[in-house]
Ligand binder design. Structure first.
Ligand SMILES: Cc1ncc(COP(=O)(O)O)c(C=O)c1O
Length: 376
């Protein structure tokens, strides 16, 4: 059998990884400024994380959601405390798209409405509803396109938002804390506050997709916390499991659960919870959010000081550096000549930087020097 060939691949085969480094079979060391697509939060193969998963699988890895799984409760309690959402509820699933799919169903169940407001440049995943809220028609199959009531508005456009919310038929507004795939555009703090109040006024739920921007990546637990708002629903994935597939929907107490309303076979397994709890342990014990806030600001300033960099978007360790020319060759040379992974976005002139949150300032400085060399 062949693999279904949907990914363009670099000719690199990592066999081991540690901290912010990835190694191939020949021992070549790569600096990971991409975090496996914003997934690696506490660093590759963190010893506490490895031990926690190892210990858990030795006891019980999985049963089903028809029995009590105390690790789910422990995760919910820890997550609530660390993120400031103690009074909210947690539904566990397996991927970002699935989290958004469940979030939108909840909003529709709760309001009895159908229409969704999403934003230009958005990416929310590749399942049915998530794709219909994603502003990239190329990703949709004919089966995705019909009859899904969605209105796209530009980020930070108050008039367009008011117009989109004017009927009484909107179940939810969904917005990324910082846009990832879309090129690091952010809702401004004022716009987030407006979103919160307009959603309340119209009876729609506000869903914050923090799948990429959450779990400390911007220096706060969630990017939206910069604006001091409290959305109705928050979706999480990527950094939550540091590579173990685990995702969640964080739900306001106003949304009441009913048996059978949502469900999943694999979501919230003992093993997934052990991985997610270990991530929270390390975020806390190594004070990674404070570290991100500190090195992120220094790093952004250092990128802005490079003459060929025309703009730096994003916050913390979720940044996009933009040039006045296509970034493809810069990324390829960083990888092939300097052994540094970076990411791309839908903006062809931008490189996306999403390192593990415990990357050191020296490692970031090494990247800056390599980037300057390539640009010269
Ligand atoms: C903001 C955002 N939402 C949702 C998703 C989808 O997550 P997954 O690939 O785990 O389904 C992604 C993935 O890149 C994302 O960046």
């Amino acid at each position: 059998m062949q693999l279904f060939d949907v990914y363009p691949l670099f000719d690199i085969t990592p066999v081991r990884a540690e901290g912010a480094y990835v190694y191939d079979a020949e021992g070549t060391r790569y600096l990971d400024l991409y975090g496996g697509h914003a997934v690696i939060s506490i660093g590759h193969s963190h010893p506490h994380y490895v031990q926690a998963i190892h210990d858990q699988i030795g006891r019980i890895g999985f049963y089903s959601n028809s029995v009590k799984v105390p690790q789910q409760m422990e995760l919910a309690t820890r997550l609530g405390r660390m993120s400031g959402y103690d009074d909210y509820q947690l539904f566990l699933c397996n991927s970002g798209a699935e989290a958004n799919e469940n979030a939108i169903k909840l909003a529709s169940f709760h309001t009895g409405r159908k229409r969704v407001v999403a934003f230009r440049g958005s990416f929310h995943g590749r399942t049915a509803a998530a794709l219909n809220m994603t502003d990239d028609p190329k990703l949709s199959a004919p089966v995705n396109m019909d009859n899904f009531p969605v209105t796209y508005v530009a980020l930070n456009d108050p008039e367009a938002l008011s117009a989109a919310l004017s009927g009484d038929d909107v179940c939810a507004v969904i917005v990324e804390g910082i846009q990832g795939v879309g090129g690091l555009g952010s809702p401004s703090d004022d716009f987030l506050r407006l979103l919160e109040s307009e959603c309340k006024a119209s009876g729609a739920l506000l869903i914050l997709d923090e799948i990429q921007s959450g779990h400390g990546r911007t220096g706060k637990f969630f990017a939206h916390q910069q604006a001091g708002i409290r959305p109705d629903i928050i979706t999480i994935a990527k950094g939550m499991g540091n590579g173990f597939p685990v995702a969640g929907v964080i739900i306001s107490p106003a949304v009441r659960p009913k048996h059978g309303m949502l469900g999943t076979t694999f979501g919230g397994s003992h093993l997934a919870c052990a991985a997610a709890i270990a991530v929270l342990d390390v975020l806390e014990s190594e004070q990674l959010m404070a570290h991100v806030a500190e090195v992120g600001a220094r790093f952004k300033a250092a990128l802005e000081a490079i003459p060929q960099v025309v703009a730096v978007k994003g916050r913390g360790l979720m940044l996009g550096a933009e040039f006045a020319f296509p970034a493809k060759e810069v990324r390829t040379r960083l990888l092939m000549e300097h052994h540094i992974f970076t990411g791309a976005s839908s903006n062809p002139n931008q490189i996306r930087i999403l390192p593990p949150l415990n990357i050191s300032w020296q490692q970031l400085e090494h990247f800056i020097h390599a980037l300057e060399t390539v640009l010269r």
